[in-house]
Design a protein around this ligand. Sequence first.
Ligand code: MG
Length: 249
Amino acid sequence: MIIVKTKAELSKMMAAARLAALALEHIGKAVRAGISTLELDSMIRRFITVRGGKPSFAGYKGFKGNACISVNHELIHGIPSKRKILRDGDIVSVDIGAFVDGFHGDNTKTFAVGNVSEQARDLLRVTEECLYQGIKKAVAGNRVGDISDAIQKHCENSGYHIVKEYIGHGVGRTLHEEPDIPNFGKAGRGPRLVPGMTLAIEPMVNATTSNVRTLSDGWTVVEGNGNLCAHFEHTIAVTEGEPIIMTLV
Ligand code: MG
């Protein structure tokens, strides 16, 4: 069942989304060569907890971290580690959820570490554009498939590969709610969007294949050929007019 939020619920959820967004902005300033993903994770925990929130991913299904931090060929669900030190030229995806007053907000950005290759820069640009192409379609009266189609088309027209095994989702009192928001599909299909739906739209784009695999740690999902990949995510609310990007700082 798709849970449509009331105005009061939306304003509560806005607090969670805003905290997730501020944490992501904060961590973006800390991303640099020489810092470990565990240090970034600790900063995220501190930032969220001192502001009265809880990191949504802490302990989620046994996840050992407060945020998912994935480097280069790692797409999603990277486990923070003191042995994982960022180097100049890396790209790093930081996926942060914050839980405040009964609601979650969820957002992700892939950051460049220092000077990255032209290829990496292009991949980041296209993946972020995919996110905004999807958001543009998240208006009342459209269907979920309109979001999916816009994301897939922009990705593939740009020469990249959309990941199909992992998808966006509804978000609210629980981190993952209905509906599923695939990053691929046909326009005009799927559930109808109505005002008050809150969605985590999150294109995941691979450089060379749509395949992914999971490492032996049981969590880290990597690009199928070991090449670069990127991930951008916002939590949005469907309204009568333009969607509200709840995780915009
Ligand atoms: Mg998400």
